[in-house]
Write a protein that binds this ligand. Structure first.
Ligand code: UDP
Length: 377
């Protein structure tokens, strides 16, 4: 069975690392009745060394077979160029599956290019919805789900969202699609790389941080960075919190472009981190303040309370569990949310599967590749 994986942005490298590892493991142990061969296309959406290269090195992701070098343009321009370039590769490779992750322009382009060539698409992180179509990510995930044959949901909420939209739970000649709740590959990653981070990362010392005595923050969503007033409010709140407890903020390139760092001098800005250093800071933070999808979940996986600076989240189960406080973009609300969450202690439950999501995905790809229902007429 041939799988072509399409990735391009930081969170996709982390998600794909777990599946690539499951593929390699099954090949090694000979567990897989059908040998699996993976080809990786990196679209180039994230291209800085600390947003891309470092993840391939640290997470042992196989070197991409194709690097398309497409990044830095507008959504439409990038997506169009990606579709064209991915189509060429897919025609040459002719895989049994195209595997796409999450909700970026690379996800959308990969799903569109494959579907038009009648190559079945499997979407990892299917069914997430913010119900806010202003977000580019929401548009990407809705379209990717429509085009996918296997919809790998990370949570029960995602599965229910797809159920409400009429997606089937059984693959037949008529439906040609099925929803499968496999848990979250990021939980697999947190379990696997959490111990490694503890062992290998030295990030705490140079930043002079003590465990449970600092705040880790990340801000990069367009809805925050592209609204100057909102960004100003969020950063002013972080600066105010930093007068009580150190705030460390690894700066996403998009956010860096929009900020005058000197205006928020109490905040410790650092370059984007590799995954192991990031996990180390997550594990040791007192509170995490973020607008990232992945970081909200990682806060939970590592037992750290989270304040989300967005108006809604796809990870609603964390809000219901009381471990993630949805603070929006107002300064006062963010500061109050930090004060409310700083002493919150909790145990984690099985909201995101049991850490075997990547293995399940590979097993499903293998068994469904034999399904007669997939053959195009
Ligand atoms: N991350 C990282 N270094 C950083 C910031 C984030 O390794 O400096 C990781 C983080 O641990 C998580 C992923 O990147 O696994 C989240 O990516 P991002 O916030 O860019 O995207 P989102 O999850 O919002 O799609």
């Amino acid at each position: 069975m041939k799988i072509t994986t399409i990735i391009g942005a930081r969170p996709q490298f982390i998600k794909a690392a777990t599946v690539s590892r499951a593929i390699a493991q099954q090949a090694q142990t000979g567990q897989q009745a059908t040998p699996v061969e993976e080809t990786i296309i990196h679209t180039g959406q994230h291209f800085d060394a600390n947003m891309s290269e470092v993840f391939f090195q640290e997470l042992d992701i196989p070197k991409p077979d194709y690097n398309l070098g497409i990044g830095g343009g507008s959504h439409g321009r990038n997506t169009g160029r990606m579709i064209e370039a991915i189509e060429d590769v897919l025609v040459r490779e002719h895989p049994d599956w195209v595997l796409v992750y999450g909700d970026t322009d690379s996800t959308l382009a990969g799903a569109l290019a494959a579907a038009k060539l009648h190559i079945p698409v499997a979407h990892v992180e299917a069914g997430l919805r913010s119900f806010n179509r202003i977000m580019p990510e929401e548009i990407n995930r809705i379209v990717a789900d429509q085009l996918s044959t296997l919809l790998f949901c990370p949570t029960r909420t995602a599965e229910e969202n797809l159920g409400k939209e009429g997606f089937p739970h059984q693959l037949t000649a008529q439906t040609r699609q099925t929803v499968l709740n496999v848990g979250d590959v990021m939980y697999d990653a947190a379990l696997y790389y959490g111990d490694r981070a503890q062992e290998k990362s030295r990030i705490m010392q140079p930043l002079a941080l003590s465990p449970k005595a600092f705040v880790l923050a990340t801000i990069h969503r367009a809805e925050n960075t592209d609204n100057p007033e909102r960004l100003q409010n969020i950063m002013t709140a972080l600066n105010r919190i930093a007068s009580e407890m150190p705030v460390v903020l690894p700066l996403h390139p998009r956010t860096k472009q929009k900020l005058v760092l000197a205006d928020f001098s109490a905040v410790t800005f650092i370059d984007p981190l590799g995954y192991l250093d990031m996990v180390m800071l997550e594990k040791n933070a007192r509170v995490i303040i973020t607008d990232s999808g992945g970081v909200q979940k990682e806060a939970y996986f590592h037992g750290v309370p989270c304040v989300t600076v967005r108006d809604e989240t796809e990870w609603v189960e964390l809000v219901s569990a009381g471990v993630n406080y949805l603070a929006g973009g107002k300064k006062k609300n963010i500061v109050q949310a930090f004060q409310k969450m700083r002493d919150h202690v909790f145990d984690i439950e099985n909201l995101y599967g049991n850490g075997s999501s990547a293995r399940l995905i590979v097993e499903y790809l293998s068994s469904y590749s034999k399904a007669e229902n997939l053959k195009q007429s």
